[in-house]
Design a protein. Structure first.
Length: 364
């Protein structure tokens, strides 16, 4: 079990920002929500999927929308709690646990806020192992977990309930409502049994967030390079991952807009010697990185993370600014995210990209 407190909250926020791969919403917002609950004396119990009982019944809660909107219409956790209770009402069974649908940004911390409000434990597992922009892009669908009932709710407690034919349809329907709700809404979906959680989720990503966030801060304190420390750490994480420094440079051009409930755009980086250019496209999260318009260095589902060159602080797509000096780091994903079925859900072609997936470690 992991204990969340005011002392390690910053590590969690920083680690979730790294795993968000540019998306997931501003981690500062999630940190503030959690800090408020902890200061009120609320407790958050985080348990490993290995510790859950056979009668576990968990709900996924999340914020849907464009990260650029989050700063203006920040979630508070209360409406997410209401959405979860509405799912309970529909299925006729009480939840005894909560899950994050993704490991990055606000959607990694929001379930912890709901855990504090409800008193329910939060399971250290999710459906993405990172952040993705769409509801169907989860490992749960590798095991055919039903997204329904799917409940969306806004700050006025106006509620939409969907019984969609599949998760892609659920994404399409709820995204349209999200846009009508002002580009952000709270969602509860994917009710899951213990067996489904153990077999179809990415395990121990909250623990991973704590470790990454702590590592970055420790490297700073000891005057070491945080990015080098992250890359070294990945080889000894569980499961082991491959970490690579892909590019160092400054933002030379940035195109970013909010479209249909997503933050979409392109970032162009120029190397410090002005010889090379890196293009990174994003749909909330970074989807691929291509150097000199010739060679792709990394692609979804592997992580592409933008970090401040000096501090190692992760930078979200809505935090990108012209002239920033950043380093782009790529990290491999666990095997559950590399099966043929998984890649059909969140590989390059699922994003409309005209190429097949190549693992980051195979790109030389």
């Amino acid at each position: 079990m992991i204990e969340l407190n005011l002392d390690n909250l910053e590590d969690l926020a920083r680690g979730t920002a790294f795993l968000a791969t540019g998306g997931g919403g501003d981690p500062y917002i999630g940190k503030l929500m959690l800090k408020h609950q902890l200061e009120l004396g609320k407790k958050v119990k985080i348990i490993s999927p290995d510790e859950i009982s056979d009668d576990t019944f968990a709900c996924n809660v999340l914020t849907m929308g464009a990260p650029t909107v989050f700063g203006e219409k920040a979630p508070n956790g209360l409406t997410s709690f209401e959405a979860m209770k509405k799912v309970e009402e529909i299925v006729g069974k009480k939840f005894n646990a909560i899950m994050p649908i993704e490991a990055g940004g606000v959607n990694a911390t929001l379930p912890l806020v709901v855990g504090a409000l409800s008193g329910l434990p939060v399971i250290d597992a999710d459906g993405m192992g990172r952040a993705f922009p769409e509801l169907q892009m989860v490992t749960y669908n590798v095991g055919d977990v039903d997204i329904n009932p799917l409940v969306v709710i806004n700050d006025f407690y106006e509620t939409g309930i969907f019984n969609s034919r599949n998760s892609s349809s659920g994404e399409w329907l709820s995204r349209a409502v999200c846009v009508r709700m002002g580009g952000i809404c709270q969602v509860a979906c994917y009710p899951m049994t213990a067996k489904q959680i153990k077999e179809t989720s990415v395990h121990n990503t909250i623990k991973l967030s704590f470790e990454i966030g702590s590592l970055i801060q420790k490297a700073r304190n000891e005057k070491n390079d945080p990015i080098e420390e992250i890359i070294r750490y990945m080889s000894r994480s569980n499961p082991p991952r491959v970490g690579k420094l892909l590019f160092t440079g400054k933002i030379d051009d940035l195109l970013r807009e909010t479209v249909n409930g997503w933050t979409r755009g392109k970032m162009y980086l120029k190397s410090l010697d002005n010889k090379d250019t890196l293009l990174v496209e994003f749909q909330n999260e970074f989807s691929y990185a291509k150097i000199n318009d010739i060679k792709i260095l990394a692609m979804v589902p592997d992580l592409i993370c933008a970090l401040d060159s000096e501090t190692g602080e992760p930078i979200t797509t809505d935090g990108l600014r012209y002239g920033q000096r950043i380093k782009i780091v790529g990290v491999s994903v666990p095997p559950i995210m590399r099966t043929d079925k998984a890649l059909s859900l969140f590989g390059p072609r699922a994003f409309g990209l005209p190429f097949d997936y190549t693992p980051i470690e195979d790109i030389k």
